[in-house]
Design a protein around this ligand. Sequence first.
Ligand SMILES: Nc1nc2c(ncn2[C@@H]2O[C@H](COP(=O)(O)OP(=O)(O)O)[C@@H](O)[C@H]2O)c(=O)[nH]1
Ligand SMILES: [Mg+2]
Length: 207
Amino acid sequence: MIVKTAEFICSNTQISKLPPPVKAEYAFIGRSNVGKSSLINMLTAKKGLAKTSQTPGKTQLINHFFINDSWYIVDLPGYGYARASKTNKANWNKFIHNYLDKRESLQCVMVLIDSRLEPQKIDLEFCNWLGEKGLSFVLVFTKADKQSSVKTDQNIAKFKKSLTETFEEFPQYFVTSSELQSGRDEILGFIDNINKSFVIPHFEPRD
Ligand SMILES: Nc1nc2c(ncn2[C@@H]2O[C@H](COP(=O)(O)OP(=O)(O)O)[C@@H](O)[C@H]2O)c(=O)[nH]1
Ligand SMILES: [Mg+2]
């Protein structure tokens, strides 16, 4: 897929104000600082589209970016921000779970995992939650340029081992580096494929 246009549409704090669910939509999510904004900028080839390295854990916004006038990238707030209060974390859970669970046009959740790290409990728990809800997701291992490919593969293997304690099959995954622009064609190709069979879902009109 060639990305011709990528346009910021809106930031929302309320699920009820999201754009109508009539376009295929892909949600990007992961721990704060995992490289989500960098990845979105890399995929769209627009440097400042999603802002990188903002103070994490502050904003709880669902950002919609419209790609090629046909589908959405959705930038979700990062989870696992160490210094967030308990109330903030609980609010995050409610807000994001609500969006993920209810969004009719959501095609796939792109779960970003830092490829430098051993499996993190919070990532595994989030994947398990997605599995319980029957939501389709793929894993995107980020920052692969930061270590050798051997190390990256080892961490992926460990993640696989941990996840297959609860999942029968390991989900599809991508290895990326926003620095080196790697993994871009693979992710865009994956999205393009799903877009081809997208049909507008049934949804309750809002007033
Ligand atoms: N070397 C390297 N650094 C990255 C990569 N992706 C993100 N970063 C850096 O990691 C930090 C957090 O990235 P950001 O995209 O803001 O993460 P977010 O909080 O998940 O949106 C920034 O300093 C980025 O420059 C990558 O693929 N390679
Ligand atoms: Mg960010």
